[in-house]
Design a protein around this ligand. Structure first.
Ligand SMILES: C=C(O[C@H]1C=CC=C(C(=O)O)[C@@H]1O)C(=O)O
Length: 468
């Protein structure tokens, strides 16, 4: 088995080198292999044992299909800063150009294997700040190694650049070494560092901004706006990212768990909000807006859930999102299906109103084009979009950076998925900035909205060990 594997790798890379020798483009080789023994692979252990890639790792898992994607290192990167051009279109066209020059050996028809780019975008391409200096307005990376795990199989993909002397033996040995790394057992015993300080901008100031938003809504200058807050937390020691990931995986089973390292920082979170998923042309988007806490007992939980389902203010907040997403998906898809009424989506700390939107992506439309038309939905920006965004720019005092923006991956067959990076935080050594926001409509009560943001901080606070 090992011998056959080594042979396949050697033959494939030799063929690629040979093929590329007659061309003046390329220079990239993409090779995928199915790895036996998926039950042995522990995603957290992979993260713990790949410290040599620290600063350029990506972690993703989806609650629906349980798929895990880990990206390590960078063989190629699309990156753009502070632009008012079309950053989604730029990535889309550069990705398609790059794909023309990749020699691909991937015999598996499995989404998320072969050449896959991973990363995300900032909320507002025109904003930049010191806090987010390691996170440009768009950054999608083709990793050196990609580990893809679905329920029954695991795959390893590697990307090798052909722009210098290629040592085939070395490349093959590194690939084999990475397979060994995938099968390591997690290291036990790391403790959560102690939280020593939590600091947010003045609560009164934030509530005042909510009041001024409701006034604008009363005056018919807008219908809805989402306002966010930032909480800076400090710990006694450097925050261990793999430990936080492990906690999120255990505590937030209904959410996407993601992490993206960039330089010394790590943007990490557990978001329930799918922006869009495309698999073999089937499209799925999600409207998630309208929030209530979970009850202490099943009875209280049911009462709170029912109140949320029939609450006029929350239904209005939700309906703005459904209308916009439905319209955007209809513009690029056939057979669009949207249920009449929302259902409840229950998380550990909160429950939301939830409406799925399904369709068949029309020929000629791409995943990134859908991301561009959806971002930001009224669950993150507001209605009308431009009015809400300029209110956020002028009045909201949070440095959003990548919070509430698209994060995800896409492969060479235009399969992929983007979530909206909420319930998230930016880890910087022993400190982290956490973010939480709420949809404001005309009947919003500033105190209640403030309490809602407090609960929305809890998934990250819990995972960091900062929630007593
Ligand atoms: C903006 C956030 O949540 C959004 C997603 C779901 C429900 C929301 C709400 O009910 O306000 C928000 O629109 C956040 O968690 O930071």
């Amino acid at each position: 088995m090992i011998e056959t594997r080594q042979q396949r790798f050697t033959e494939s890379i030799s063929e690629a080198l040979d093929y590329q020798a007659h061309k003046d483009t390329p220079q990239l080789f993409s090779y995928t292999e199915k790895i036996a023994g998926v039950e042995e692979i522990n995603p957290i252990a992979v993260f713990q044992y790949t410290q040599s890639f620290k600063g350029s790792r990506f972690f993703w898992t989806s609650p629906e299909d349980g798929m895990v994607l880990i990206g390590l290192g960078s063989a190629y990167q699309f990156k753009e800063n502070k632009t008012n051009g079309d950053r989604f279109e730029h990535v889309h066209s550069e990705w398609n150009d790059l794909l023309k020059s990749v020699y691909i050996d991937n015999p598996y028809n499995q989404p998320g294997t072969g050449p896959v780019i991973m990363g995300g975008f900032s909320f507002d391409p025109e904003e930049s700040s010191e806090l987010w200096e390691n996170y440009p307005s768009s950054q999608m990376t083709l990793p050196e190694y990609i580990i893809t795990i679905d329920d029954s199989d695991a795959y390893l993909t590697c990307h090798i650049r052909f722009d210098g002397q290629v040592d085939i033996e070395n490349c093959r040995a590194s690939f084999t070494q990475m397979i060994e790394t995938m099968k390591q057992h997690p290291q036990q015993g790391s403790k959560d560092p102690e939280c020593v300080n939590q600091q947010a901008k003045s609560a009164e100031e934030w509530k005042e901004t909510v009041r001024s938003a409701t006034e604008r809504i009363e005056n018919k200058q807008m219908n809805k706006v989402v306002l966010a807050r930032e909480l800076r937390v400090s710990f006694t020691q450097t925050i261990p990212v793999s430990r936080v990931l492990e906690n999120l995986l255990e505590q937030q089973k209904q959410s996407y768990i993601f992490a993206l390292e960039s330089g010394e920082d790590c943007f990490i979170g557990a978001t329930p909000e799918r922006l869009v998923k495309v698999e073999n042309g089937e499209l799925l988007s999600t409207c998630l807006a309208g929030t209530s806490p979970r009850g202490e007992t099943p009875q209280e939980d049911e009462v709170l859930g029912n109140e949320l389902l029939y609450d006029e203010k929350n239904r209005m907040e939700h309906a703005f999102v459904v209308d916009m997403i439905k319209q955007a998906i209809e513009a690029c898809s056939d057979n669009v299906e949207v249920p009449e009424s929302p259902v409840l989506y229950k998380l550990r700390n909160l429950q939301h109103l939830y409406t799925p939107v399904k369709g068949k992506l029309r020929e000629g439309h791409s995943l990134l084009e859908v991301v561009r038309s959806l971002h930001p939905t009224p669950a993150m920006g507001g209605v009308p979009r431009e009015e809400a965004l300029s209110f956020i720019k002028e009045e909201e005092k949070a440095d959003r950076g990548w919070y509430s923006a698209p994060i995800g991956w896409m492969d060479a067959m235009d399969n992929g998925e983007f979530a909206v990076a909420i319930r998230s935080g930016l880890i910087q050594k022993n400190e982290a900035s956490l973010f939480a926001g709420c949809g404001i409509v005309k009947d919003s009560d500033p105190e209640k909205e403030f309490q809602e943001t407090q609960i929305k901080f809890s998934p990250m606070l819990m995972a960091l060990g900062g929630l007593q």
